[in-house]
Design a protein around this ligand. Sequence first.
Ligand SMILES: NC(=O)c1ccc[n+]([C@@H]2O[C@H](COP(=O)([O-])OP(=O)(O)OC[C@H]3O[C@@H](n4cnc5c(N)ncnc54)[C@H](OP(=O)(O)O)[C@@H]3O)[C@@H](O)[C@H]2O)c1
Length: 337
Amino acid sequence: MDISWTGYATLAAILAPAFLFLVIYIRGINYRRKAPMANLDHVRMEGKTVIITGASAGIGKETARDLARKGARLILGCRNIPKATKVAEDIRNTTGNEDVHVRQLDTSSLASVRKFANEILAEEKRIDVLILNAGIAGLDDRNLTADGLECTMATNHFGHFLLTNILLGLIKKSRPSRIVVVASTALTTNLRIDMRVDNLNFEKGGFWSFKSYAQSKSCNVLFTRRLADLTRGEGVVVNSLDPGLVHTEIFDKSGGLMVGKVVRLGVPFAGRTEVQGAQTVVYVAASEEGGSTTGKYFEECKISSTADGLLNDEELAKQVWEASERLVGLQPNEKHY
Ligand SMILES: NC(=O)c1ccc[n+]([C@@H]2O[C@H](COP(=O)([O-])OP(=O)(O)OC[C@H]3O[C@@H](n4cnc5c(N)ncnc54)[C@H](OP(=O)(O)O)[C@@H]3O)[C@@H](O)[C@H]2O)c1
């Protein structure tokens, strides 16, 4: 039988996606099988207060559940109160820990961050662990918040920068204490982005969806470096981490770019579960190693050198810190370093 070149082309067009899917599927099985567990069942956290941003879904929700199981007092800083209330109820029911509370926090709004932080300072006696987890990815356009900040940068970096600064005094008083920053390896270090400190907010152009996410996550790592320098020797440790590729809502909420659609199709097969994705966060928040080291980056429940290029850049970390202070309008009474 003679097959024309168009016949071969049609066959290839059918088989290539099927082959790609098979590769993703098999790699996904292997990736989930190799997922490390924090293995911290012996660690108890009664008497400790943990604040976690963005705990109404995904990695944050499962991190909160794990730490609630250890007996910690949990404060979930979330933007969608009905959704977060259901999650908190589910966490209380599944762990038996009644000390799980929801508070309104929109990390993309400086006013909301200030309100949340000042309520915490007025009502809480201590903060043992602050977990900066809330995040969005893949917006198609440069949307601005009410504060004039680019939305991805505001949600993932600027809001957390302001929140940490306002809470830092109480965090220091609660020592030994920890700040845990959920960053990302995939785009931060694998895709070398050309980050301009004078254009963090993309006023001078250069915005595209993956770049804003990658830049926000690079800022998470640079923030970790600078804050670790500013708090060294004061009983506060700050570390960042990559949770791995995790099948969460973040991909459904991201923009409609073609690449985003392809990623969204593949993640259910290629990614880890939310519980698996929470393991490195829990490890950094609760393990002895996570409490005895500062300014480091963790992957797969261990210290990693993947982000060293950023972590070792003291000058860039300083510049990003100073630019962030200006952009959030950090007030003298909000500085605790
Ligand atoms: N999934 C991955 O493969 C992956 C990989 C590397 C890093 N990460 C990082 O992991 C973190 C958690 O992401 P995820 O994958 O668990 O995604 P997710 O399931 O979408 O959860 C994100 C959480 O952040 C909250 N959030 C978003 N914008 C917020 C805002 N303005 N104010 C307050 N909360 C806000 C969401 O609230 P709503 O429920 O209201 O939407 C949700 O609770 C993010 O920082 C992300 O960059 C994820």
